[in-house]
Structures are given as C-alpha cells and as structure tokens.
Design a binder for this molecule. Sequence first.
Ligand code: NAD
Length: 257
Amino acid sequence: MTMQGKTAIVTGSNSGIGLGVSRELARAGADVVLNSFTDREEDHALAAEIAAEFGVTARYIAADMSKGDQCRKLIEDAGGCDVLVNNAGIQHVAPIDEFPVDKWDAIIAINMNSAFHTTAAALPHMRKRGWGRVINIASAHGLTASPYKAAYVAAKHGVVGMTKTVALETAEEPITCNAICPGYVLTPLVEAQIPDTMEKYNMGREEVIKKVMLERQPSREFATVEQLGGTVCFLASDAAAQITGTTISVDGGWTAL
Ligand code: NAD
C-alpha cells in the first residue's frame, strides 16, 4: 500500500490520534500537512521530524478549526489535498442543564462544523485531481450515547450523518467519504478526563481505566493511535474504493453490545 504522490491534510494533528494518523500516512509514503491552532516552534518541529523519519514532505499549517474561514483557508494554504482527515476535537463533560454554552458552541464548531468547512473547500481540489478520500474521525459516541456528553455526542452523530451525505454527493466520482468510530484511545484528550472521573467515582487511576472508561469496551484495552492510522491508510487505499458512506468502528466491541 503506497501513498506516494498523495497529499494528506490531518486537522488537529500536533497530538494524539491526529499525530498518530499523520505518522502512519507518512510511513505509507504520503506527504502530510499537520495542523493545530497553536503555531508553536514544537509544532513545526513535529513536521520536520516526520519529514526526516519517513522521507516525505511534511508541513505544519496553523489554523483554528473553531473558525469556518480558517478551516477553508487551511485547505487553500495547503494547495488542496488528496486525503482529508477531519480529526480536530475537544471534549467537555457536564449534565445538559449545567452544560456551559461556550463549551457547547466550541464542541459543535470544532468537532462538527470544521468538517463541513474543510470538506467543502477540499472537494473542488479532489475533483480537479480526479481522486479523493474524506475520512472523518467520529467516535463510538457517533453511534451511541453516554450521559454528560451531550455536545460531543450531538457533534459526532452529526459528523456520521454528514459523512453519509458527502458519500452520496460524490458516489459517482472517484472520491469516498467515511467515518472511523474509535472507542477509547489513550491520548491527551482521554488522559485529561481521568482525574475528574477518579474524583467522581472515588477510585484510583487503574480502577477508573478498567472499571469506568473501559467498562463499555469489551476488549478492556485502549485502541492505539497506530491502529487508527492503519485504518485511515486502509480507507485511503484502492482496496477501499467501493467503501463509502459508512462507519468503521475501532472500539474493542463497544458498539456490538
Ligand atoms: P487530543 O486532545 O490528543 O488531540 C486533539 C487535537 O485537536 C490536538 O491536536 C489539538 O491541537 C487539536 N485541536 C483542538 N482544538 C483545535 C482547534 N480549535 N483548531 C485546531 N486544532 C484543534 O485528542 P484525541 O484523543 O487525539 O482526539 C482526536 C479526535 O479523535 C477527536 O475528534 C476526538 O473526538 C476523537 N476521538 C478520540 C477518542 C479517544 O479515546 N481519544 C475516541 C473517539 C474519538
């Protein structure tokens, strides 16, 4: 499976799943564009490390995925792409009647609206190139719900719905659009939820991981960023040319329950 000559843009990729996915795409030979809103020296250094390790072109382009115009500008600044991975995401946990409005708005903007803007901007480039892959990193929460995650669950269900629509609109073209639905993956986003959960359940770290976080993940193992990168590379491959408008769960059996 070689992705030589293809350019991939991965939103929210200076950490966690986005970084892991970028590394696997680069390992497969793709040129990659990393993104976050931070624009620090170490963000640019991450791109340089990937370029050196895998012998591909890797760039870091700063853009805030909570802002529609910046989402669209990211695609234009990159000169378009063959593979678009919509990955940027944040989380906030609160009962709906206490859910802070600014957190609701930010989650909907970053986790869902950004995929609308980047996809709208990327499709004309893919059409010109005569090939394209839109891969949305949704979540098991794009297919099922959990309490206290109203904004996240709403945004991820929205992304799954948008995935199906984009697939239908591109069905007769050599472009596919799919969503990957990870269960728990140990990344900074999940790590940040551990202290609060420990306090809420009055449990230690390991107990929270096995009994609370992985309670719904029958494998009792976190998925890894490399496994998600491998799934992205598969969806970007010719073997997946007829896979469109669907979800692939990487969740240790969570959604089989
Ligand atoms: P993470 O916190 O490690 O990474 C999130 C990324 O998004 C970072 O690179 C961050 O810089 C970027 N980001 C945040 N706000 C941004 C903004 N305004 N503009 C641009 N970039 C921004 O989290 P992660 O766990 O790697 O999550 C990545 C994606 O995977 C998210 O969409 C998340 O919902 C999804 N996901 C994660 C898990 C999990 O268990 N970790 C499970 C299912 C789905």
